[in-house]
Design a protein around this ligand. Structure first.
Ligand code: S0N
Length: 293
């Protein structure tokens, strides 16, 4: 029995994933993150590993996030990325307030930075789905991180909120625009102006997240979503992600979408004719290519 989809594709396997540390990441060992690959499956998992600070990010954390997201983008063995926090207390509590100065967050070089904004852009433009897997607090800049992920799967202990106005900060970029697109202007203003916390159920009802599951099932359910995504066409997913970004991201969104059009065009005989003619120092002959309606 079952649906015709299930008859064709079979059930999604519910076997647990065996995570292995990524062995192909170059550079110094990671201090603030775990970066793992699912054995035999195209799933990467990035875990912010500062549980004693509720997984707050400092510049070191952020530069490591930049490295691993870049690796996940380039690695053709990765089809979907999970972003999460270590432990069950927090996904991420935002910028580490202990290292904040008048320009941003200060690392070993003593320069204040807001480099988490670059990570937001990386996630937004990464041509593969990124799933936020949220247990516990997901607040401040950590809340913005889940919002820029493509999907959010929450445990029933998850708590969502912006704290900025309470601690003298705000994210007026994706932190406002993506939020207002997701939950509407009134709710977005409520979330920012009152700086309240919301349960996972409330977040689901608002349209802020995709689903809520019991804490014990969080990773299992997230992996099921990954496996279902991985059955689908990577190029269709890539194009869909950039199409869903396009209007909101303006010129950058158009550039991202158009880059994908170019990528596909390069694979055509018509584009190859232009390139070959140039290399062979002859005029191109595009006459055989149809002008489609
Ligand atoms: C997460 C909360 C609610 C958890 O409460 P709980 O479970 O009671 O634990 P605590 O005892 O409070 O915390 C345990 C230990 O962890 C430390 N800690 C927690 N969060 C942070 C943090 N963000 N920075 C530094 N330390 C943190 C606690 O201090 C405690 O340590 P000990 O045991 O030593 O006392 C609760 O912890 C909470 O409310 N945390 C703060 C949340 C917050 O306000 N985050 C910052 C919000 N702002 C940003 O994230 C800015 C992001 C940013 O970079 C940015 C980006 C774009 C544009 C602008 C900005 C900008 O900077 O504004």
């Amino acid at each position: 029995a079952g649906s015709s989809y299930e008859r064709i594709h079979g059930d999604l396997p519910s076997d647990p994933v065996l995570w292995q540390p990524c062995t192909t990441l170059e550079g110094p060992p990671l201090q603030d993150l775990l970066y793992e690959m699912a054995e035999g499956e195209a799933i990467a998992k990035i875990t912010i590993n500062r549980p004693t600070r509720r997984n707050a990010f400092r510049p070191q954390t952020v530069s490591e996030l930049q490295r691993v997201f870049s690796h996940a983008r380039d690695d053709s063995n990765v089809g979907v990325v999970i972003l999460t926090g270590q432990g069950t207390e927090a996904f991420c509590s935002g910028g580490d307030q202990a290292v904040r100065d008048k320009h941003g967050y200060v690392g070993d070089d003593n320069i204040g930075r807001l480099n988490i904004l670059d990570v937001q852009v990386q996630i937004r433009r990464l041509p593969k789905p990124v799933i936020a897997m949220v247990a516990g607090y997901c607040v401040g800049g950590g809340h913005v991180l889940h919002m820029v992920c493509d999907l959010t799967i929450a445990a029933d202990n998850a708590v969502f909120g912006q704290t900025g106005p309470k601690v003298g900060s705000f994210d007026g970029g994706y932190g406002c625009s993506v939020m207002a697109r997701s939950i509407g202007q009134k709710k977005a203003r409520e979330m920012w102006f009152l700086a309240r916390f919301y349960t996972a159920k409330e977040a689901l009802d608002m349209g802020l997240i995709n689903t809520v599951v019991p804490l014990a099932q969080l990773e299992g359910e997230t992996v099921r979503w990954c496996r279902q995504i991985l059955r689908n066409s990577p190029t269709a997913l890539r194009l869909l992600k950039s199409a869903l970004n396009a209007t909101d991201d303006g010129h950058a969104g158009l550039q991202e979408f158009a880059g994908n059009a170019t990528l596909l065009f390069y694979g055509s005989e018509e584009a190859a004719e232009g390139r070959n003619a140039y290399m062979e120092k002859r005029p191109p002959d595009f006459s055989k290519f149809p002008r489609l309606p």
